[in-house]
Design a protein around this ligand. Structure first.
Ligand code: PCA
Length: 205
């Protein structure tokens, strides 16, 4: 079994991105699955292109994209990606599409096909604050979640896909002490527990 897990480069003036650190720290084997990783640029077209290139190379059974959601208190498994780019800040190339479809004429939304509830239970069972989120936003993470689901629906319909958002790291909130954070070890334990549940679900299909 092959699983692709992606993270993002830093953006928005941050020195790091917890998703990049997590993906770098992840082991290469979880249960029956070989874990492949890629770090994506935080740009609408470049991020999605890099994810699709990795999918074409690896031919994964599941794609789990991971990103930073600064301000959230828990690891969150996203339920849905919407067909809207509406960036509140420019991406790392200075592009800021507003109120624009990602795929002209595409479905309004794609639901995650990951076993979301079981993954959240697995994360909580490992002692990690976790929840389902009903909005991945309208920035680059939503764009990549939507774009990956759209690609898989056409080219690899048996593969699962979805998105996991991670809070800020403690080092990122030293200058914003009103914001919550989660240490890398705890976030890693959560992601690992979620992936383990997903791998078991794929194995028993
Ligand atoms: N988080 C952003 C984009 C890259 C990242 O890590 C988002 O939530 O859209």
């Amino acid at each position: 079994m092959n699983i692709l897990v992606t993270g993002f480069e830093p953006f928005g003036g941050e020195a790091t991105n917890p998703s990049m650190e997590l993906v770098k720290a992840l082991e290469t084997q979880i249960g029956a699955a070989h874990i492949h990783t890629a770090i994506l640029p935080v740009t609408a077209s470049g991020g999605l292109q890099a994810a699709l290139r990795a999918i074409e190379e690896i031919g994964p059974d599941a794609v789990v994209c991971v990103g930073q959601a600064g301000g959230r208190c828990a690891v969150t498994v996203e339920r849905v990606a919407v067909n809207v780019d509406d960036f509140s800040i420019p991406d790392n190339e200075g592009q800021q599409p507003r109120n624009r479809p990602i795929v002209e004429g595409g479905p309004d939304a794609y639901l995650s096909t990951l076993p979301m509830e079981k993954m959240v239970e697995g994360m909580q069972g490992a002692g990690v604050p976790a929840a389902i989120s009903n909005s991945a936003g309208t920035y680059v993470c939503n764009h990549v979640m939507y774009g990956v689901a759209h690609y898989l629906a056409q080219h690899r319909p048996t593969a699962m896909s979805g998105f996991v958002h991670i809070p800020y790291l403690p080092s990122q909130v030293l200058d914003k002490p009103d914001k919550p954070s989660m240490g890398l070890e705890l976030a890693l334990r959560g992601l690992r527990a979620g992936l383990r549940v997903m791998v078991c679900a794929i194995s028993s299909k």
